[in-house]
Design a protein around this ligand. Structure first.
Ligand code: PLP
Length: 434
């Protein structure tokens, strides 16, 4: 196998850096260990093509949105049609209600929806709604979970060690950026995930001050880590008992684990949930879904670009495409092929490799091969250095994986041939690294 040459990416990045801070559109577009990011020119189906003419089988999916693959025909058609009429009116359109209706049919907990542009905004809005509705101010969130990058959301999203997280029953509230107000975390309570005992104790002590518990139903941003049996049901019961709202952050799991998200997959219905990434196949649109009574409690959603007709057209076409028969069976089949393939490689190279798949999420990590239950346990067992070297080498041979957390995104456009090529490259790379 030949290592790809990426000299044009390097040159373009150097030039861009002169004019664009950090040379990237988002901080996450360059991995910490990369000297320069690979600059892309086009995508089609499951593939991306860089400025040096290299082809990549892609499992990054634009950090999740490209569940239909790149340039999905149905979405391109709908967007091109809308372009003829205008992209942005700051007024309701016929399609606005149509998308709202569609989403309420698809998302189990959605009696109504509110639109925003990104996951960060959707979560900010959900938290404000929860506070307004309950008249309480504290929010419980979990260690290692990322809900966006606003001052309040970016608390204890990661840690370098278990010690940094502090006492398990009263974890540290870690502020990650300079410039974030120290008071951002004042109304947050951070707890370890998958632990109903600690949650119940906290609710017993402070329940009448707690507006909501926010969680990813599958902890995708660290790990990923799956919920223990009955954990999500337990969250549902305890929040109801103490009068706090349950918010599922489905920015990643939404439309990916099942059409109706993880709430459909696990059969647990939150009060509010947030969706972004895959809603619009790469067009920026996000959703807060929930009970009418909560969404209508008098907190109004502002935003110049909210639900502009271009993004609404993309989202409607995305929902149509995802509703076709066989979509989730296909994703499931490919996920299983990847899991089986990596299991064989684990034996061949005598490595501990953790693989799981749910819908369009494929989980891959090194250093352990059993389920871990929270971020602390993950920090103890995960071989981050090996994973990063693996990802770096895979990219050098034409397979793009996510850089840190072992959360790989399958799309409807991936094929069995992509999987078989991915496993061949993985075999070669593991041979080199071990
Ligand atoms: C679970 C979760 N919530 C919220 C966000 C923030 O979404 P966005 O990047 O669209 O602001 C992300 C982004 O990765 C996420 O993974």
């Amino acid at each position: 196998m030949e290592r790809l040459r990426t000299v044009n990416s390097k040159a373009l990045y150097e030039e861009t850096k002169e004019y664009v801070t950090d040379g990237v559109g988002s901080y996450f577009h360059r991995a910490k260990y990369q000297d320069y990011p690979i600059c892309m020119i086009r995508g089609k189906g499951s593939k991306l093509y860089d400025v040096d003419g290299n082809e990549y089988i892609d499992y990054v999916a634009g950090f999740g949105p490209m569940l239909l693959g790149y340039c999905p025909e149905e979405v391109d058609r709908a967007v091109t049609e809308q372009l003829k009429f205008g992209t942005h009116f700051s007024a309701p359109t016929r399609t606005l209600g149509a998308l709202g209706k569609r989403l309420t049919e698809i998302i189990p907990s959605a009696e109504q929806v509110v639109f925003q542009n990104s996951g960060t905004e959707a979560v900010m809005y959900a938290l404000r709604l929860a506070r307004a509705y309950t008249g309480r101010y504290k929010i419980i969130k979990f260690e290692g979970q990322y809900h966006g990058w606003s001052d309040e959301e970016k608390i204890t999203i990661t840690a370098n060690s278990v010690e940094e997280l502090g006492d398990r029953e009263h974890p540290n509230k870690i502020i990650h950026s300079k410039g974030q107000r120290l008071s951002s975390a004042d109304d947050l309570i951070v707890l370890p995930w998958n632990d109903l005992e600690i949650l119940e104790k906290t609710l017993q002590e402070q329940g009448d001050e707690i507006a909501a518990v926010i969680t990813e139903p599958i902890m995708c941003d660290s790990g990923p880590i799956l919920p223990l049996p009955y954990y999500l049901e337990g969250l549902r019961e305890l929040t109801t008992q103490y009068g706090a709202l349950l918010i599922f952050d489905e920015v990643i799991t939404g439309f990916r684990t099942a059409l109706g998200g993880a709430q459909q997959y696990y059969g647990v219905t939150p009060d509010l949930s947030t969706f972004a990434k895959a809603v619009g196949s790469g067009y920026p649109i996000s959703v807060v879904a929930g009970k009418k009574e909560i969404l209508g409690c008098g907190i109004h959603a502002a935003g110049t670009f909210n639900a502009n007709p271009l993004c609404v057209a993309a989202a409607l076409a995305t929902m149509d495409a995802l509703s076709k028969p066989g979509v989730y069976e296909h994703l499931d089949h490919l996920g299983k092929l990847l899991c089986d393939g990596f299991r064989v490689l684990a034996e061949k190279y005598n490595l501990k490799i953790y693989t799981r798949h749910i819908g369009g999420i494929f989980i891959l990590y090194f250093g352990f091969d059993h389920d871990v239950h929270d971020f602390r346990e993950w920090l103890e067992v995960a071989d981050v250095a090996f994973y990063e070297r693996f990802v770096q080498e895979m990219e050098a041979y034409g397979v793009r994986l996510t850089d840190e957390r072992g959360r790989e995104y399958l799309s409807v456009a991936h094929t069995e041939e992509d999987i078989s090529r991915t496993l061949k490259v993985a075999d070669f790379v593991l041979g080199k690294l071990t």
